[in-house]
Design a protein around this ligand. Structure first.
Ligand SMILES: [Zn+2]
Ligand SMILES: [Zn+2]
Length: 366
């Protein structure tokens, strides 16, 4: 079936709005008419040609829409259902069978490579293959092919133009605090970076009833927004950030979560934590070879932990409904840092995101 897609023809774009063909869903697949899709930092990393992306390609992995058709064997989702799309997983490996699909043994090929294992694509342009299946969806398009594992049915009254980014960026930040670091009431939290993921981590800390949430962010407008959203303290990230944190929390922080990937500040996280403190890393550094040196004796003495985080340890069929309930109750006001664009204006949206004019850009489709 014909669809309109934002096609990436070369590294770093621009995206070009073009007509493509999207195949009928095969067994286990679900075709979705996309109504809203968030732009996530990972789209831009992959658009650079990282992870071996083949051009042309359709990216997009925070899709939300209405089911258009389902393949054989799909019984829990039907045409007309309102759905959110999220990351894909195999459902059969050890992490998947332990309800940890974010650490699926096949996460990279199922989400990052944007081509199926057999090299086939479900999107074509003038009969030629277009790399698709990015995060099991490729949703910068009016139609996307997803899979049973990464489609979540939502209520008919759900506002997809708001909820679309739950499927990646929001669950990554909020889940990083609520699930990966397992924040408890009364604990203190430092969030490095106040983009959409960092602000979601802040909101996760507030949901967990953390006693102090310190947000470290160089942009003044984002620090102001963090304060409005409930951060107890903000720091600009200049100078000795660990000392600034300890000026607020003399014993150190129970948790530090990095959403920035900015290593000069991330390296200081080891001096920010309290005894039994946990550091969560989810911001991808500019260099894929970046290293975090850990002071071993200090960490032994403190019982410190450093761990990596994908998708906030989300098990989407459990965690996304929880996030939707938090949003409904006003505890996850993601509208406060979202900005809407038309799909055709994707290049403008990306430019605005690069220049700090949009924190979470969401593309809308009629
Ligand atoms: Zn798996
Ligand atoms: Zn993402």
């Amino acid at each position: 079936m014909q669809a309109t897609a934002a096609v990436l023809n070369q590294p770093n774009g621009p995206f070009s709005i073009e007509q493509v063909d999207v195949a009928e869903p095969l067994a286990g697949e679900i075709r979705v008419a996309i109504k809203a899709v968030g732009i996530c930092h990972t789209d831009l990393v992959i658009a650079s040609g990282a992870m071996g992306l083949q051009f042309p390609a359709v990216l997009g992995h925070e899709g939300a829409g209405i089911v258009d058709a389902v393949g054989e064997g799909v019984t829990d989702i039907k045409a007309g259902d309102k759905v959110l799309l999220t990351f894909n997983s195999c459902g059969a490996c050890k992490p998947c069978s332990h309800d940890e699909p974010a650490y699926c043994n096949h996460f990279v090929p199922l989400n990052m490579v944007a081509v199926r294992g057999d090299g086939s694509t479900r999107i074509t342009r003038d009969g030629q293959p277009v790399s698709d299946n990015f995060f099991g969806q490729s949703s910068f398009a009016t139609l996307a092919i997803a899979n049973q594992r990464n489609v979540l049915k939502v209520d008919d009254d759900a506002d997809l133009s708001v909820l679309a980014p739950l499927g990646c960026g929001i669950q990554t930040g909020a889940g990083g605090v609520l699930r990966s670091l397992a924040a408890k009431p009364g604990e203190s939290l430092v969030v490095l970076g106040a983009g959409a993921v960092g602000l979601s981590a802040l909101l996760g800390g507030l949901i967990a009833e953390c006693s102090a949430v310190i947000v470290v962010e160089p942009q003044e407008s984002r620090r102001a927004l963090a304060t409005e959203l409930g951060a107890t303290h903000v720091l600009d990230g200049q100078g000795d950030v660990a000392a600034a944190v300890r000026a607020i929390l003399p014993e150190g922080a129970d948790m530090v979560i990095d959403t920035s990937g900015f290593m000069p500040v991330v390296e200081q996280s080891v001096n920010m934590i309290a005894n039994r403190g946990r550091i969560g890393l989810l911001g991808v550094p500019g260099s894929l070879d970046a290293v975090l040196p850990v002071p071993v004796v200090q960490f032994i003495t403190q019982g410190g932990t450093v761990r990596g985080i994908i998708e906030g340890d989300s098990d989407p069929h459990v965690f996304l409904p929880e996030l939707i309930a938090h949003h409904k109750a006003g505890r996850l006001p993601i509208e406060r840092f979202s900005k809407s664009y038309r799909l055709e204006d994707i290049n403008q949206a990306i430019d605005d995101a690069h220049h700090g004019k949009a924190i979470k850009a969401i593309l809308l489709i009629d």
